[in-house]
Design a protein around this ligand. Sequence first.
Ligand code: TRP
Ligand code: ZN
Ligand code: CA
Length: 319
Amino acid sequence: MKLPVSGRTAAAGAVSVVMLLTCGSIVGAAPAPAHGSAALAAAPDIPVANVKAHLAQLQSIATANGGNRAHGRTGYKASLDYVKAKLDAAGFTTTIQQFTSSGRTGYNLIADWPGGDTGKVVMAGSHLDSVTSGAGINDNGSGSAAVLETALAVARSGYQPAKHLRFAWWGAEELGLVGSKYYVNNLSSANRARISGYLNFDMIGSPNPGYFVYDDDPTIEKTFKDYFTGLGVATEIETEGDGRSDHAPFKNAGVPVGGLFSGADYVKTAAQAAKWGGTAGQAFDRCYHSSCDTTANINDTALDRNADAVAYAVWKLSA
Ligand code: TRP
Ligand code: ZN
Ligand code: CA
């Protein structure tokens, strides 16, 4: 979603007071494993080839549906059906949530992994819609595919975390965070309070990548930073604007949030190119919201690192 600068940080001050009072005790209180450290399962290495295979499928879906996967178009529903079929086959409990926006039906997909304490839900989500001008493979096939492959890795490993895991794919993000707002608005206050953290992944395979971590809940932020420190990859705080993706409705409702981002239409500086490689003076994603946002618009290293970071955080925060 593109927002005017003035609209990005409204009410952020009021929200941060709530965050300070609540986030430490909710996300930070992962209990020690009952059977010692051996019970703490290590997060898997997510095979980037699997993530890329999902991107190839999303590209094919766009190509077969007028070149996009936008809200209200056939390519959106086909994308949702693709993700849902994978999750159903892996043993997730999936729910499609319908809403209407701009006179067209939209859909969120929610996938619950059976088990864990449903009073402490760790959620990871990504928007699955593209803009109408292209296939939306970096924005946001990348996040959608990484979250899908993380969910499938949970199933493959038979991971049974202490907390309950829920994955989400949002509709109509590009129309103004419509799907995620709808989900949050329709949660009872009790169910909202059960969400101990929401992790958002929107654009994580940018072709001229940066490694940005959302500056929100301290525990979630530290989890991502620790992962990249372990890789020896520098990160920066995400500064393009707090309100620009699906974590915003959760944050505004008092849910601790975090996420990753590899950059959109902002230009990579010389200092950033020195630490991350790539091209200074060029946008992180020159194909942002354009017809060239295809499978060619992905940096495999960024996609691999960020997908592994998704899994690391999901494992770590739910243990
Ligand atoms: N889908 C978002 C958008 O179109 C991508 C984005 C841009 C973003 N800037 C961001 C996501 C900052 C997270 C943080 O605007
Ligand atoms: Zn976008
Ligand atoms: Ca990997």
